[in-house]
Each structure stands twice: as structure tokens, then as C-alpha cells.
Design a protein around this ligand. Structure first.
Ligand code: UTP
Length: 294
């Protein structure tokens, strides 16, 4: 079985649900407490043993490339100001040289098309996909849990999570087959089914491990819902010949591409951070005094 070494992180979307912030800032650079959304994704990938990260970028996303580069002026100013802690922290988050690649999706034609843009950088091996605006919160990262199931099956694995049955219309929903390890086999997938048509409440939460044959399917994939080239449509084609498994995530994902998820993530991470939890708790408990909310 081939190890999952590479991850594709698509960041070429327009982020319209987070306007006006995303008019000039990529949504992946919005901060949760003091770290950009993209940093949480990279930490999760490294925890899962990923060795190479391929970003699919688009227009107005140069801030993401700059984030993974050295910043000589900032470094020398921190050195002069003897801010050793800040310097160490910046060194700590800088990926090893050559660990990160960038390719370009010239226009946002959909998630499936963005993944296809990474085909030459991935080559013929199983690979992971992480949607960075879905931020993992739990004792173990979501990607690490999906890779654990991949290591038992050697096939396609999709991470899932349970939503309230009334919310299936917001997600891609999988249809469960038989139990396998900590997960189960998948019989089918439907994009945004009405609650009465949904075959489960397990939604696809933004982490995938796919076989490279998906690229051949994406090459000729027609536009689907919303006029976009959809990854789900290509996965449904691959499912005709290959097995798919689902790994239910033991933590939870925050959808930071939406306002509610982004606010929730900021509060949750502030309360979880060892260096920040007690200050956050005391500030949050006093908020009712000036917001009027109880
Ligand atoms: P989303 O649909 O959540 O992102 O795509 P979006 O299009 O940026 O957001 P809204 O709907 O306008 O607010 C999921 C992921 O796929 C990437 C996005 O960057 C995001 O990480 N994506 C989407 C691409 O890279 N290219 C595309 O053409 C579409």
C-alpha cells in the first residue's frame, strides 16, 4: 500500500460568503485568535504525516504565498528589538524548504477543476485533499483519523461528521454501507438532499484521500450544480469501479467560510488555548454586561 505523502489544498475560491473581508484578504488568511485559518490546516496536515503540500491558488491570493516565505525586514526588526520569542515562533511555523508547492487555477471553475489543476504535482499516487476553511477541532486532527482508516483499507476515504437531520440540505451526504474498522463503506453520495430524501445525516466535512484515477475522470468532467466542475460528481464516477469508505470524525469541524462557523471557531479556540483560556473565559463571561445578551 502506498503512503499518503501529498495533500492538495485548494484556495482559489472567491470566498463571497465572507465579504466584505474577502474583498482584499483571502479567506484563508482571516485569523482564528492570532493564527490564520491556513495555519490550522498546515498543522493538521503535518500531524497526519503529510510530507508535501500543494496549494491551488488564484488571483488575489499572494498573501498566502508570502505567509510561507521568510520576511527579512520583519526578522531584522525583531532581532533588533530582542524579541526572541516572536522570532522562534515564526521559525517554528515556517515549512521546510521545498515542502510547499503552488499551482494556479486561472479561473474558479469549481472544486473539481481546482483539484485537477494539481495533477502534475501529485503524479500517480494516492493523495489527500483538505478544504482549509473547514477547521478541525478535537484531540486528534481530522486528517490523521482519515489516514488511519486509509492505512487499513488502502482505498478511497472520506471524512464525515453527523449533522442535525434537518440540515442535510446544506451538505454532501453519504449513504452508509457496512461497518469497517472505526468507519464504514459508502454506497453513494448526494449533494444537498432534502431531509426527507437523505439516506443518512453523515456529511462530507472537507477531508478526503483519493486514488489518482480521479484525475482522469476530472479531465472530462462536465459542469454540474451551480455550473461548476464538482468533485462529488467525479467521486461518484470513481465509485463505480473503486471502493469508498467513510471515517466519522471524533472531533468537530468549524466551517470558517461562513460567518457563524468563523465566530464559533474563534471562541472555541480562544477557550482551548492553554496560554489564553483563562483570560478568554473571564472576558466572555463579562460580555453580557455590555452586550445585553444573557
Ligand atoms: P467554497 O465553495 O467553500 O469556497 O469551496 P468559495 O467558492 O471560495 O466560497 P463562497 O461560496 O464564494 O463563499 C471550497 C474550497 O474549494 C476552493 C475554495 O477556495 C475552498 O477552499 N475552490 C472552490 C477553489 O479552489 N476553486 C474553485 O473554483 C472553487
Amino acid at each position: 500500500m502506498q503512503k499518503v505523502r501529498k495533500v492538495v489544498v485548494p484556495v482559489a475560491g472567491l470566498g463571497t460568503r465572507m465579504l466584505p473581508a474577502t474583498k482584499s484578504i483571502p479567506k484563508e488568511m482571516l485569523t482564528i485568535v492570532d493564527r490564520p485559518v491556513i495555519q490550522y490546516c498546515i498543522d493538521e496536515a503535518i500531524e497526519a504525516g503529510i510530507e508535501h503540500i500543494v496549494f491551488v491558488t488564484g488571483r488575489n491570493k499572494s498573501a498566502i504565498e508570502d505567509y510561507f516565505d521568510q520576511a527579512p525586514e520583519l526578522y531584522s526588526s525583531l532581532q533588533n528589538g530582542q524579541k526572541a520569542d516572536s522570532l522562534a515562533m515564526l521559525d517554528d511555523i515556517l515549512p521546510d524548504a521545498g515542502m510547499v508547492s503552488f499551482t494556479r487555477q486561472q479561473s474558479p471553475k469549481g472544486l473539481g477543476h481546482a483539484i485537477w489543476c494539481a495533477r502534475n504535482l501529485i503524479g500517480h499516487e494516492p493523495f489527500a485533499i483538505m478544504l482549509p476553511d473547514m477547521v478541525s477541532f478535537g484531540d486528534t486532527g481530522c486528517m490523521a483519523e482519515a489516514i488511519e482508516l486509509y492505512n487499513q483499507t488502502g482505498e478511497n476515504v472520506i471524512s464525515v461528521e453527523e449533522c442535525h437531520p434537518s440540515e442535510t440540505g446544506s451538505y454532501g451526504i453519504v449513504s452508509p454501507g457496512t461497518t469497517f474498522g472505526k468507519g464504514f463503506s459508502i454506497n453513494g453520495m448526494v449533494e444537498k438532499p432534502k431531509p426527507e430524501d437523505a439516506l443518512s445525516n453523515y456529511f462530507i466535512n472537507g477531508r478526503y484521500i483519493l486514488q489518482p484515477e480521479i484525475f482522469e475522470i476530472l479531465e472530462t468532467q462536465k459542469q454540474g450544480a451551480g455550473g461548476e466542475i464538482q468533485l462529488t460528481d467525479a467521486m461518484l464516477s470513481l465509485m463505480k469501479t473503486d471502493n469508498f469508505y467513510a471515517q466519522p470524525f471524533t472531533g468537530r469541524m468549524f466551517d470558517c467560510g461562513r460567518r457563524e462557523g468563523f465566530v464559533e471557531a474563534n471562541v472555541a479556540f480562544a477557550l482551548k488555548r492553554a496560554d489564553y483560556a483563562s483570560a478568554s473565559k473571564s472576558k466572555i463571561s463579562k460580555m453580557s454586561e455590555y452586550t445585553g445578551l444573557r
